[in-house]
Design a protein around this ligand. Sequence first.
Ligand code: DX5
Ligand code: ZN
Length: 223
Amino acid sequence: MKKPKLSPSLMCIDFAKIEQTLRIFEENGIDYLHIDIMDGEFVPNYALGINFCDQIRKLTKIPLDIHLMINRPDLKLDCFNIQPNEFVSVHWESTPHVQRTLAAIRAEGAKAMLAINPATPTEVIKYLLQDIDGILVMTVNPGFAGQPLVPAMLQKIRDTRNLLEGTGHTDVEIEVDGNVSFENAKLMREAGATMFVGGSSSIFFTQLPLSSNIQKMNAIIGK
Ligand code: DX5
Ligand code: ZN
């Protein structure tokens, strides 16, 4: 199984402190920066944008973990200036051409991730195991920060890890995204998750300093 990685969700960032926050991320060994892109159709919200990705790339060397919550990402990948060391997640529910979209991400030298909504069975990856570097298991319904975990998702993470182990794909990441709180992260790690999207309920938890939240999460996920 891959070593654990922490990916703070930048839609939760305090925009007045972006540079300061990125420096703290660098000092604390953050692995990736989770960038939620929303089109107001696939999900009923708008979040970060294409220019935001380019701006962040100018401010830090921490690679991006781009989460495309948009319809027909296959028609729009070129907009995102995908870089070789980045993760890019596309939703199984967002295009009839999933395999082709994953291959297009890999053609850019990036890591191809298949995102699945809570109601989507993990078995949809069965014929895509050669095409994915990871599966992003949405642990809330996508679109908004601050939502509660969908309880059945812990079993879904276990089922996903069992499916990957059972087919010899132990190196495929399981990324979890949504209410990855300090308490839930422990359960998710035990269930087999390897990449953790830290949002309002952990990394950006306002009751503690940012560096303390990061160190606390690193300890919980086994970094
Ligand atoms: C939700 C986004 C998540 C969200 C996580 O659609 O994909 O990345 O920002 O925020 P919390 O941790 O508050 O659920
Ligand atoms: Zn996300």
